[in-house]
Design a protein around this ligand. Sequence first.
Ligand code: K1U
Ligand code: ZN
Length: 172
Amino acid sequence: MALREILIIPDPRLKKECDPVEEVNDEIRELLNDMLETMYAAPGIGLAAPQIGVMKRVIVLDVSDDKEKPEPLKMVNPEIIWESEDTSVYQEGCLSIPEQYADVERPIEVGVRYLDENGKEQEIEADGLLSTCIQHEVDHLDGILFTDYLSALKRNMILKKVQKLQKSKKSA
Ligand code: K1U
Ligand code: ZN
């Protein structure tokens, strides 16, 4: 397993659509394991492959709050197959937009179809934080960031703050 570098906005790879995975093989299993290791180290509760510069439809998640009992989820080619009409607002963060948070409204519940690490098709229903996180990660696969749901003014303010933060980290 290996830690991968997480891309930060405005890296253009974060705005591109990812390609479906054709076969879940050892290369994809290694990618999934590297992504989980990178996500736990960050720390985060989700990570999408384009965030480490791999333009494939692969995500990992773990929204469990007990570090002693991890509940990792590995999803290849995830598809949201239905979503509830009811929505909720959650203050989202993003490992590619460090230290910035904003309220985003999304469907409360979703149904997700994906391939597991053995290439077997799975379907789950998710609500609460898991639902929010799945939607956030699937958005990454389509080049959508949580800031795309905000006004242009807020989005630009966040971009400026992140650029300033990155500049100060480099000179420290
Ligand atoms: O995709 C990402 O950038 C990961 C992101 C996922 C996410 C967070 C909040 C709402 C929706 C999706 C993060 O993990 S940001 C870090 C974070 O939320 C967190 C970190 C440590 C403990 C608990 C949460
Ligand atoms: Zn994110």
